[in-house]
Design a protein around this ligand. Sequence first.
Ligand code: FMN
Length: 368
Amino acid sequence: MRSEPAAAAPALLASSRLRSLELRNRIWLAPMCQYMVEAEDGVPTDWHLVHLGARATGGFGLLITEATAVSPEGRISPRDTGLWNDQQVQAWRRITGFCQQQGAPVAVQLAHAGRKASTWPALPRFRQRRGTVPEFASGWRTVGPTADPFPGLDAPDALSREQIRLVVEDFVAAAGRAEQAGFDALELHFAHGYLVHEFLSPLVNSRTDEYGGDGPGRRRLALEIASAVRERWPAESPLIVRISATDWIDGGWDIEQSVELARDLERVGVDALHVSTGGAVIADIAVGPEYQVGFARTLRDAVSMPVSAVGLITDPAGAQAVLDRGDADFVAVGRAALREPAWPQRAAHELGVRDASLYPGAYQRGSW
Ligand SMILES: Cc1cc2nc3c(=O)[nH]c(=O)nc-3n(C[C@H](O)[C@H](O)[C@H](O)COP(=O)(O)O)c2cc1C
């Protein structure tokens, strides 16, 4: 049974659309690494089915997977998921199918971790570990725009132009597998100091060839990947890009450069922007409630594609206010959804919306 929210439903709970994809509301599950691929083969496990499945039954409008690597060396840690082979496609298929049955479309976040790859899983049992995972402990040599390391990690190998071409191909091949795996949407991870952000940031990218230097040079890899993936990814399916809007350091990547990037991305057919910040260099970030929403607003004012805000958006009334002010078109919820998989159901209750579509039939009797 599906009952539509009343016409005057708050925007947070109103159905929406991304390209031809219908979303039951405007609440996204933020991508969150789980470090739960114990076999270290990139194949998602029962954990991922339960993690995403619980949030599908919890009423999210769109689920975004954790950073899923386009190649083994693109993983943040040995325990990340991937999408570089058919075994991974089959395992993801089971997960996308289950979530879709619960009314939650799924986006895969495709990623390459660049010079911040091969790190220890951020789990309590690895807390004492520092630096790059060595090769004898299932780590690998990392790559970046130059051989300069991220502080505390091993120096990467600088990518040659030929190797850059292969990275773009890896993204395209993973997009093809994402289609086979049944994903509804695709998010490119260009944020948080991973490979593409490393090319964008003037604090990291000191290349002197066409992939470095001025703004267009530093943006080149991002645009090559976005346009090549757009060509491969089904025309009716949404392509989202997650960026860091600022490095939080003078002389670094900033909101003005993000606006230029966003306009370029829109031009090559990107459908939505997901606005985070930071990660390329060590910086003081003034973290607090809704601390990144202002960046989403600036970008939303500069482009016509929809924008999602993320970052300590934890309470439903606050999330609704973000939309009401026109700061963003969608909100993504991360950590709050770790402790509360059915966050959207509570949000609907608190905002006075009765929406049976947020509950699987078997859970209706437990409705708020
Ligand atoms: C455990 C954990 C894992 C994360 N993994 C990813 C990731 O794979 N990709 C990504 O873009 N962001 C990742 N993030 C960042 C979140 O998507 C989100 O932007 C951030 O947590 C701020 O939102 P929140 O305050 O609602 O948690 C992760 C955050 C957490 C807490």
